[in-house]
Design a protein around this ligand. Structure first.
Ligand SMILES: C[C@H](O)[C@H](O)[C@H]1CNC2=NC(N)=NC(=O)C2=N1
Length: 102
């Protein structure tokens, strides 16, 4: 079982993800992505799905056209763990290849 992130480890991990915010009302992080169009957004989701399934760690997300709202939390731990940080970093790396990401 992955440990919940606390203290300086948590601060350091969050500082490395400037485009993510703490969610309201629960121990999770969120970020909105925007892409050029639906196809690009969905290709991103497909790429993330491969990584997430390999990690056995899955995003909560909501897609409309070119926008994706993502929330990451470790349900088994009841809060943020390094699994969320690792997935967020990998999602940002994938999205960085897309010029219209915001
Ligand atoms: C049985 C399976 O390994 C677990 O349910 C995994 C699947 N994906 C998961 N994803 C997330 N975000 N949190 C979890 O705790 C989690 N647990």
């Amino acid at each position: 079982m992955m440990e919940k992130l606390t203290g300086p480890d948590r601060d350091r991990a969050l500082a490395g993800l400037p485009d993510w915010s703490l969610a309201e009302g629960r121990d999770a992080i969120t970020r909105k992505y925007r892409f050029a169009d639906f196809k690009t957004a969905f290709a991103f989701m497909t790429a993330v799905a491969e990584i997430a399934d390999e990690m056995d760690h899955h995003p909560e997300w909501f897609n409309v056209y070119n926008r994706i709202d993502v929330t990451l939390s470790t349900h088994d731990a009841g809060g943020l763990t390094m699994l969320d940080i690792d997935l967020a970093v990998q999602m940002d790396e994938l999205a960085a290849g897309e010029p219209e990401t915001a």
